[in-house]
Design a binder for this molecule. Structure first.
Ligand code: HEM
Length: 438
């Protein structure tokens, strides 16, 4: 980190309180109050941490940090816990190592590979469809939070291991990765158990090498990738860290999106009716394929509106490694930057009636008229989510199949409360009555 020569830095105003921001409900409440007073940016003195904090909520400043001058920043606080889970996978790594890994992993997320992986997404949804078909006949009550957690985990595991998943489950006597959906706490205990699973992943890699097995999945693209400078493949440790990263980064985020989307549809009958019309009129027989994605444009708009109101990654961080300027304000090296999609997505300067659920905000015309950086559920710039397209396609296929046949009625037992932790989940599981559509 370079040191600063600025004697008397120009800092934005801020609360007169020493405070360390975190992904906690308490911090969320506190931020909600501060954002009302300082809607665009504020400075905060640290409490136990050592460096000054800037909370940044203006799309111009966000663009500057994440895109224009992103080389002045690296990943920030809060990733220590994630590192325990993920080793040095691309969500936590930085600098030349991150760049090398991202270059090697990126091809797995090209449209051609995703188009093939859609078969796995379809497969997981078709299995669930069979279960829902029976449950809907009985108008049963289902815990949609648990179901979407399990579905999203299965999808990412199938996308990673395809045909080898059954043998992983057989060796482990069940789904060993379900510790992620069974434990909501992301603590040291979970990290230890989760890291214990790296052995299983190592065994799959070894077996594939011995069998020279051809597969279409993320793991095989990772194993085939070669560094463009050295021609070297990833080491086993690197491969394992990236696999573990995808399992964590790609399951809970997608699951919470599906969970919030079922709930939002149940609360907005006019949106539900339009989505029904779209999925009913689309040209596929039963389950949409990659070629039908464009027909599900309104489903995409609804997904984006869900991501606006309930961005799974509601708060993320950067650390300034060099001096910078945000407008007139100075950013000193070491500054901890906090960016909260949740609050940005409700900024009244960029969103009319921000609390209102309205997928019309995501028509191509509406998007064109808005500041591009007022909506960042997947972050932006070189560190933008690598699974953004996959995440949206997952929702389109799920609703493209399920919403043709079923609707969900919310059971008002548990209150709907936000649980702003690492991901923005629902505090209590959401229970729904599943009904056949007539
Ligand atoms: C709706 C679903 C998703 C949301 C809202 C989401 C959100 C995000 C966000 C905000 C980041 C950036 C975090 C930061 O800059 O600190 C990120 C990074 C990442 N996401 Fe996602 N994500 C989703 C789905 C997925 C899926 C399905 C995958 C994998 C299949 C995935 C893999 C990753 C990876 C590997 C990174 C790190 C990229 C890098 O640093 O180079 N995500 N995601």
């Amino acid at each position: 980190m370079t040191s600063s020569h600025i004697q008397d830095p120009c800092l934005p105003e801020g609360p007169d309180l020493a405070y360390d921001m975190n992904t906690t409900a308490e911090c969320f409440e506190q931020l909600a109050e501060w954002v009302k007073i300082y809607p665009d940016i504020f400075a905060l003195k640290p409490d136990k941490r050592k460096d000054m904090t800037l909370f940044v909520n203006h799309p111009d400043y966000i663009k500057h940090i994440l895109v224009c001058d992103n080389d002045r920043y690296q990943k920030g606080v809060g990733f220590e816990r994630v590192k325990m889970l993920l080793g040095n996978g691309i969500i936590v790594s930085d600098g030349p190592f991150w760049r090398k890994q991202r270059r090697m992993i990126q091809p797995a997320f090209g449209k051609d590979v995703i188009a093939k992986l859609v078969d796995q997404v379809k497969h997981a949804n078709l299995q669930l469809f069979e279960k829902w078909h029976e449950l809907a006949k009985q108008e049963a009550i289902i815990n949609i939070t648990d179901v979407t957690n399990e579905l999203a985990l299965e999808i990412i595991l199938l996308a990673l291991f395809s045909d080898d998943l059954d043998s992983v489950f057989a060796r482990a006597g069940g789904n060993p990765f379900s510790i992620l959906t069974d434990n909501s706490a992301r603590d040291l205990q979970l990290a230890v158990k989760f890291r214990g699973l790296t052995k299983l992943v190592g065994e799959v890699i070894e077996q594939r090498r011995q069998e020279c097995a051809e597969r279409t999945d993320f793991l095989s693209v990772f194993m085939d990738a070669r560094d463009k400078d050295t021609g070297e493949p990833m080491s086993d440790k690197e491969l394992i860290d990236e696999v573990m990263t995808l399992i964590v980064a790609g399951s809970e985020t997608s699951a919470t999106t599906l969970n919030w989307m079922w709930y939002s549809l149940s609360q907005h009958p006019e949106v539900e009716a339009r989505l029904h019309q779209e999925v009913d009129e689309a040209s596929y027989d039963h389950v949409p394929g990659f070629e039908n994605i464009m027909e599900l444009a309104y489903t995409r708009q609804v997904t984006e509106e869900v991501l606006r109101l309930y961005p799974p990654v509601w708060l993320f961080t950067r650390k300034a490694i060099k001096e910078d300027k945000l407008g007139d304000y100075d950013v000193l090296p070491g500054t901890d930057i906090f960016i909260a999609p949740y609050f940005l997505h409700r900024h009244a300067d960029y969103w009319q009636a921000p609390e209102k659920f309205n997928p019309e905000r995501f028509t191509p015309e509406a998007i064109k008229q808005r500041h591009k950086f007022a909506f960042i559920p997947f972050s932006a710039g070189p560190r933008r989510c690598i699974g953004d397209f996959f995440g949206i396609v997952e929702a389109q296929i799920h609703f493209g199949l399920m919403a043709r046949h079923f609707r969900m009625e919310h059971i008002e037992d548990n209150p709907i409360e936000l649980a702003p932790e690492v991901n923005l989940r629902t505090r209590h599981p959401i229970n729904m009555r599943i009904l056949p559509r007539t």
